[in-house]
Design a protein. Structure first.
Length: 215
């Protein structure tokens, strides 16, 4: 999605900066090399971006204009809950879940394109007061969790990672760093699915305030 947007909007001064939030520096390398993107890809081992922008999951995005103004604060970037309906043996999603998931991705990409092409005239560009209303300031527990997360990068202080996850249970980004990776290196094993199931009716991906986005 992002590479296609970059290709289509290359004459509009549009830049994607992708950031992998992984405390294991080489964990993202195979995925980045396979994608071979034309845009920059960074590794945020200490999750500084997550701390600054209150990012708790992937994929999430922040829209920032050419003046450095946050047009849309952190939000889910084109992903949806469809994977929760997936057959965990075959990996197949029901048709309706797949259709909704594709619609979410298509809607988000179209919104980005509209904003890049139309700027503040885009219906998807928040005015300052709306952008401010969508900000989620961190609590004291969340701030402490990010400090402990950084301390936990030292092997001798690994217990700090578990405490960081306890203090900030909504952060899947933090939790993934203590989860056992599966055979292809993703934190998507039985512990992941047990944690997803424990959500019950709660969302894995927070809803996005965007016209046309499925709820």
């Amino acid at each position: 999605m992002w590479q296609k947007l970059c290709d289509n909007l290359q004459y509009h001064n549009f830049v994607v900066i992708a950031v992998a939030m992984d405390s294991r520096p080489d964990a993202a390398r195979p995925w980045v090399e396979a994608a071979d993107p034309s845009y920059p890809v960074l590794i945020d081992r200490d999750h500084q971006l997550a701390d600054l922008y209150n990012m708790v999951n992937v994929p999430q995005a922040v829209w920032i204009d050419e003046a450095g103004r946050i047009v849309r604060p952190t939000e889910t970037a084109g992903a949806f809950e469809g994977f929760r309906a997936m057959d965990r043996t075959t990996g197949k999603m029901p048709d309706d879940a797949m259709t909704t998931t594709v619609r979410a991705k298509t809607t988000y990409a179209a919104a980005v394109r509209d904003w890049v092409e139309r700027g503040t005239a885009s219906e998807h560009a928040f005015a300052d007061h709306r952008a401010l209303a969508h900000l989620r300031p961190p609590t004291a527990e969340i701030a402490r969790a990010h400090v402990l997360f950084r301390l936990g990068q030292d092997d001798e202080a690994a217990g700090h990672l578990a405490e960081a996850s306890r203090l900030h249970p909504d952060s899947w980004n933090i939790w993934r760093q203590i989860a056992e990776p599966n055979e292809i290196g993703l934190a998507a094993g039985p512990d992941f699915w047990a944690r997803v199931d424990a959500l019950g009716e709660r969302r894995y991906y927070a809803p996005v305030d965007m016209a046309g986005m499925p709820e």
